[in-house]
Ligand binder design. Structure first.
Ligand code: 4NP
Length: 166
């Protein structure tokens, strides 16, 4: 999809709870957008398959690990909704379960085509096929999330800059 003149490319990151991986993805992407002055080109949001944590800030552990990299995560959790498929150009899931759940929410083929797995954008972590859920694990899981997200988000920024199809 080409970025049309005067329009932003809208990306929605999705995970299960919208309190760990996808709000971190949003934060990492927003930091890159700021660093690279891409604010006129890209808009980012995040949402969860589940609504259990709606209105909550990201998980404390995720915020602590993000802060260690200079990122302040302030997104409030929300559940993904069908209208997201109308608003966003690309809906990026963190693992295969997210992708299956997103496909169930899409109505049309055009909407389904907006869904993509984050692993498509790994350049330094090519052997990985998802961003594993860190929720029930230790601190290394949260660091892994941020490493993988940094890799993927830099690819996304580069591809948008080159105006490539994402
Ligand atoms: P996330 O992690 O999908 O990366 O936000 C999770 C957070 C909460 C739950 C599952 C995963 N939960 O079941 O409450």
């Amino acid at each position: 999809m080409e970025i049309k003149k005067g329009q932003k490319y809208k990306i929605l990151f999705v995970c299960l709870g919208n309190i760990c991986r996808s709000p971190a993805a949003q934060g990492v992407m927003e930091q890159i957008i700021e660093e690279e002055h891409l604010g006129d080109l890209i808009e980012v949001d995040s949402a969860g398959i589940l609504g259990y944590h709606s209105g909550e800030l990201p998980d404390k552990r995720m915020r602590v690990h993000a802060r260690m990299r200079g990122l302040e995560l302030t997104h409030r959790s929300r559940q993904v909704k069908h209208e997201d498929f109308e608003k966003f150009d690309k809906i990026i899931g963190m693992d295969d379960a997210n992708l299956d759940d997103l496909k169930d929410i899409a109505f049309t083929l055009e909407e389904s085509k907006k869904i993509v797995g984050i692993s498509k954008y790994f350049r330094l972590h090519k052997g990985h096929d998802c961003i594993p859920d860190p929720y029930y694990g230790g601190s290394e899981g949260f660091e892994n999330v941020l490493d993988l997200l940094d890799d993927a988000c830099r690819t996304i920024a580069d591809e948008i800059k080159e105006n490539k199809q994402l």
